[in-house]
Design a protein around this ligand. Structure first.
Ligand code: UGA
Length: 316
């Protein structure tokens, strides 16, 4: 069975592809190396994949590749490709979010109409909720994004559901909650915090530091993808949280303990687009496909730190 992972050179895509290969699948990985962060980091993400003869890498954009030809060999798609980043999605930048997150998803779904795709897993985001009215957040909670990025991911999700209803494409959307671990994107919180403490630099805390996130370790997100691939209900959406809801300031304390050094904190203003709290109700994913996060925040941060300490040069 051939599986396609879009955005394969990214943080989540690369881990997911590695796991699928381990499970014995043939994997085709697509990536266009969008310049949201440096190519050398993405090439490093691909290192564990390119030597595997069950892996085929295709460099190119969804808009330019011959999708019809590629999809002939593909049984299922894990659509991870996107412009990420909540706080960077304002202003002129939003064009890129429309193009890659909305139009890119639609073009891929269109191509699926003429192909025999058994499952299409769409990487959605907790950012579709914005500032939730109720905690923990259920899939039925209101979707009121507070960032343009969240708007774009929500539109992509709606498209996935529409193509299920209109064309019977077996789509499932997974709403990831702030994912972390080895190879986390360099613009994300934990990457910046661990790096700053290691290099004895300042950490900028946005707002008060009291904001909470349901941080999710990368291996749990990968597991959720595999489970949803087998058992996820078509046309449905699922929360994928880590079961580690914690305030940002508490995270800093854990990192200080792991690294054995105090952080230098600088408080700056709350950033436009940031939700105050996220906290996933994951009972639906548990019920439908047995999802249970395994890695708690302490263990996850330790693994993230151990990896980053050895790989700091990639990010400099
Ligand atoms: C993350 C990802 O970046 C999004 O792509 C993803 O869609 C989203 O999770 C999600 O859950 O769907 P975010 O929660 O903002 O977004 O993740 P981080 O960048 O790791 O930030 C976590 C927290 O740390 C936020 O409260 C942020 O304000 C704070 N932060 C981040 C700082 O205080 N300082 C920094 O330098 C970076």
């Amino acid at each position: 069975m051939d599986l396609l992972v879009t955005g394969v050179a990214g943080f989540i895509g690369s881990h997911l592809a590695e796991r699928l290969l381990k499970e014995g699948f043939q994997v085709i990985g697509l990536d266009s190396f969008l310049d949201y962060y440096p190519k050398k980091i993405k090439e490093n993400n691909l290192k564990g994949l390119v030597s595997d003869n069950k892996f085929t890498f295709i460099e190119g954009s969804i808009f330019e590749l011959n999708l019809k030809e590629i999809l002939k060999r593909v049984d299922a798609i894990f659509h991870q490709a996107a412009i990420p980043g909540v706080r960077a999605s304002w202003g002129k930048e939003f064009n890129k979010y429309i193009e890659n997150n909305i139009l890119g998803t639609q073009v891929l779904l269109e191509a699926c109409k003429d192909a025999k795709i058994k499952k299409f897993i769409y990487a959605s985001s907790s950012s579709v909720y914005g500032d939730a009215d109720e905690l923990p957040i259920k899939e039925t909670s209101a979707t009121k994004p507070v960032s343009p990025y969240g708007v774009s991911k929500l539109a992509g999700e709606h498209l996935a559901t529409l193509y299920y209803k209109g064309y019977d494409i077996s789509t499932v959307s997974l709403r990831y909650f702030t994912v972390y671990g080895p190879r986390q994107r360099p613009d994300m919180g934990f990457h910046k915090f661990i790096t700053a403490i290691l290099l004895e630099k300042e950490i900028e805390i946005y707002g008060t530091g009291d904001q909470t996130r349901d941080f999710t370790f990368i291996d749990d997100v990968v597991e959720a993808n595999l489970q949803a691939f087998i058992k996820g209900k078509n046309g449905d959406v699922y929360n994928v949280g880590g079961g580690s809801r914690i305030a940002l300031i508490e995270v800093i304390k854990i990192i200080e303990e792991i690294v054995g050094r105090k952080a230098i904190l600088k408080y700056v203003e709350h950033q436009r687009g940031d939700a105050q709290h996220t906290y996933a109700d994951i009972s639906k994913a548990k019920r439908d496909f047995g999802y249970t996060p395994r890695v708690d925040i302490y263990e996850g941060l330790k693994r993230h730190y151990d990896w980053l300490k050895e790989n700091l040069d990639v990010y400099r």
